[in-house]
Design a protein around this ligand. Sequence first.
Ligand SMILES: Cc1ncc(COP(=O)(O)O)c(C=O)c1O
Length: 421
Amino acid sequence: MSEPGVAVNNLRNSPASFEVEKFRKDFPVLGQKIYGHPLVYLDNAATTQKPQAVIDALNRYYSKENANIHRGIYYLSEQATNAYEQAREKVKAFIHAKEVREIIFVRGATEAINLVAQSYGRTFFREGDEIIISTMEHHSNIVPWQLLCEQIGAKLQVIPITDEGELLVREYQKLLNKKTKLVAVVHISNTLGTINPVKKIIAMAHEQQIPVLVDGAQAVAHLGVDVQDLDCDFYAFSAHKMFGPTGIGVLYGKTHWLEKMPPYQGGGDMISAVTFEKTLYNKIPHKFEAGTPHISGVIGLGAAIDYLNAIGIDKIAAYEDELLAYATRELSKIQGLRIIGQAKEKSSIVSFVLDDIHPHDIGTILDQQGIAIRAGHHCTMPLMHRFGVAATARASFAFYNRKEEVDALVRGIHKVWEVFR
Ligand SMILES: Cc1ncc(COP(=O)(O)O)c(C=O)c1O
């Protein structure tokens, strides 16, 4: 365990321009005490905290702008519609999409993937076709494909991984074949922290004209995403993991796919004309946004993007890299602690097991010290199986975490040892 003085010293040596203490003040939640201890929030892979700017945007919308969008001919509705569509522009710029109509608002990464499975998959896949995923997928990038496989008689193929938690690219190459209709891979693993070489994965699939969906739920808040540079066909993410509200997310899709895909749900706003005989659908992206959307959520997502842009995603990534290196070094010193996921390219997530102590016990004892981590299978049960564990403890960091919080975690784990010794 490091001395508090060491941590302070390290903090002084962190990227000089990164003002973590200043940014922390933007997040009201972080100032709290839990059971008399300062809150140490290390469950950012599950959801991130919200800055005041996002909270204010939601408040402003409900206090001053609330109206339904796209249908009103009065001032408030126009204001709300503008704010909603401006947020779409912000998302487009944030992920470097080519066109604003490639941005579809959905409930989150889960709904984005289900949309592609049901609209794209059900339309274009046939019995005997194959879908490639990887061993490290979140359940939300497994189960929608399984449902589709059951519906149409397609088959799932799974890319294996190394003991360090890296995709076996050569094995992936072998899985690609004429029957492959889609590759769906995670950009950053929520359990291992592995940053997958998605650009390469996509290029390999495209050599055989196979489209690729990337699950970017863990990536958007931690590294710069450029969907044109990646050349992915679909990209899915959730606002709540990037300091925005819950219940809202994005499906990015290339125009030529979205135009060919049938609507996912029917209802208001996704139509251009309805008769009992036939309905004509609206243009994309509206074709995929049936019913009144989560207007405040979209506006809040726009505010989260403004907030992230003001700091700079590259600065965030550099600071988090340093935090990850520090956490990995300090946690590795603890007797009996084994880190699951040691890929060369990693994001700020550390999963670990501690001797044979159940991760839920670790989580509970840490909680008593105000430290919030996650314990369980992290919605990656097949991955747990691959590593021969039922669960792990997981600390996941955001740019507002400090090195002192890593030290608090280390001290907390020593307490866990004291209880179980
Ligand atoms: C890698 C990954 N994919 C997808 C999801 C699903 O995100 P949501 O529950 O916001 O739809 C998560 C959530 O933890 C995730 O970590």
